[in-house]
Design a protein around this ligand. Structure first.
Ligand SMILES: Nc1ncnc2c1ncn2[C@@H]1O[C@H](COP(=O)(O)OP(=O)(O)OP(=O)(O)O)[C@@H](O)[C@H]1O
Length: 277
């Protein structure tokens, strides 16, 4: 079982934003989607969730076409947690998480005891149970981020997509969120997370996909993918990959390049040129 993307292309405003992406994301694993700003990470998550429709190509999960599914079936299969989720600030946290149960409710049926229990369990999992009775609008950015993830978990999906799950979180909360995602993957959930911190991706992901300018530069085991040369080429920074003194995982140390460095657009083009070569 896997999530398979084949020649996926997406154009917007006369530009090709996702440019022929081929990728196989293993199921029951945490895949990190990394790449510079504007590489297409969020767009790719939107295409996988079928919030946006690809202009070409195919997306299959476990052999089933995700965009081709009935909306309700898809909502049971895939959940997307992203920061920009619009929620009424007056809405209580538990009620907001219960929205995640919608695909599991019968037509016109209200959430029942089971749904409430799932919502509470989801809040518990992200360490946000104590906020259950508060209005969403009263939470800090990091607290809200956790509630967004809880809502996606309450959906009980097979495929969980998370856009920048560590954003707004303090150091300990970042690690807790990543541990949670890695733990869910170990329990069988297929998790795809767009991440900016390459060391986080190296420490927690089973599989990594490096995107640049809408194309896959390289994909595979993070211990093999993250080389200094790759990081320098894709991000235009100086890099060294060393062993993390506490965990033994790869730690990607970066520094600004000399003043004569390439401009970001040239870096993206250089990354892809080398890939094609
Ligand atoms: N509605 C739109 N109209 C025009 N261009 C868009 C639109 N949505 C996204 N883009 C462009 O598509 C590209 C990819 O955007 P996307 O948000 O997927 O990148 P990202 O890798 O998630 O970036 P970031 O790390 O900054 O969040 C960017 O250049 C962006 O400006």
């Amino acid at each position: 079982m896997s999530l398979d993307l084949s020649r996926v292309r997406f154009d917007r405003a006369g530009r090709t934003i996702i440019d022929g992406v081929d990728a196989t994301l293993p199921s029951g694993a945490l895949t990190a989607l990394v790449g510079p700003n504007g590489a297409g990470k969020s767009t790719l998550l939107h295409l996988i969730a079928a919030i946006e429709r690809a202009d070409a190509g195919e997306l299959h999960f476990d052999g089933r076409s995700v965009p081709g599914m009935r909306r309700r079936d898809r909502a049971r299969l895939v959940a997307l947690a992203e920061q920009q989720a619009e929620v009424d600030p007056q809405l209580g946290v538990l009620a907001a998480v219960l929205i995640g149960r919608t695909p599991h409710l019968g037509a016109f049926a209200a959430a029942g005891e089971h749904d409430r229990a799932v919502a509470e369990r989801s809040l518990e999992a992200v360490g946000a149970r104590e906020f259950a009775a508060r209005p969403i609008g009263s939470l800090s950015g990091g607290e809200r981020q956790r509630v967004t993830l809880a809502r996606a978990l309450a959906q009980e999906p097979e495929l969980l997509l998370v856009d920048e799950p560590t954003n707004h979180l303090d150091l300990a909360a970042q690690l807790t969120a990543l541990e949670l995602l890695a733990g869910l993957a170990r329990d069988g959930l297929t998790v795809v997370a767009a991440l900016h911190d390459l060391s986080h991706a190296a420490a927690y992901a089973d599989h990594v996909i490096v995107l640049s300018a809408g194309r896959v530069v390289v994909a595979g085991d993070p211990r093999e993918v993250f080389t200094a040369e790759l990081v320098e080429r894709v991000y235009g920074v100086r890099a060294q990959v060393v062993e993390h003194p506490l965990t033994g995982r790869p730690l990607i140390a970066v520094a600004a390049p000399a003043a004569s460095s390439l401009a970001p657009a040239a870096v993206a083009e250089a990354a892809l040129t080398e890939t094609r070569a």
